[in-house]
Design a protein around this ligand. Sequence first.
Ligand SMILES: C[S@@+](CC[C@H](N)C(=O)[O-])C[C@H]1O[C@@H](n2cnc3c(N)ncnc32)[C@H](O)[C@@H]1O
Length: 209
Amino acid sequence: MGNEARVGRSELALAAGTAVNAVFAYSFVTAWRRKGAPFVPSAQAKIDAIFGRGGVLQSHVRRRQHAVDLGSGGGAFVRAAVRNGHFARATGYELNPALVLFARMQSVLARGEHFRLCSLWDADLSDADLVFVYGVPSIMVALEAKLTRELPVDAVVVSNLFRFPDVENGRTTALVEEASQWVDAGLQNLSMDDSGMLFVYRHRAKSSE
Ligand SMILES: C[S@@+](CC[C@H](N)C(=O)[O-])C[C@H]1O[C@@H](n2cnc3c(N)ncnc32)[C@H](O)[C@@H]1O
């Protein structure tokens, strides 16, 4: 390989590395400032455990009009909700513009797959049938309050790895844990997500707040 080609390749690698680092750096800063998780994509096995044969969706979700991902990252959940879960539409809320652009590019020809450059704390949950979140422990108390205030009765919430503390501590809440399951994910497809729990909840009644 000539010197020029080598220089070209290393410039490309540098540019790609810088872009990836910028996405992750942005993600960490926004996560820290705006109360959310940094960008770590869910393992494909977890997405399959929701939308695959015999998954959470088949046994627990009764209506399939609208699925929501709170912090949608690269958009895998939104795409799977429409393409495998046959939801009429799915919306991802994401603060990182690079991830929103990346996700939109993959859904450019798809109907019903939407990505909003918007904080998950401003997400409209009023007609959500299924909500997915891969958050961090520090947001789970406030998130539980938002979900119980805004979700319609019967909506299903799936949380990757982290439990809602009120449910864990046995306190009365409108979110009832229904079918949590261990998913053997391994470290697949360069995902940093690993084997772990998917916690599944149903919103039983409006919060009295
Ligand atoms: C752990 S990743 C999960 C990504 C995706 N849901 C998945 O499971 O593959 C969390 C995502 O939430 C985004 N995020 C963090 N805080 C947020 C906020 N306040 N509003 C919207 N998105 C946020 C991050 O940029 C990141 O992409």
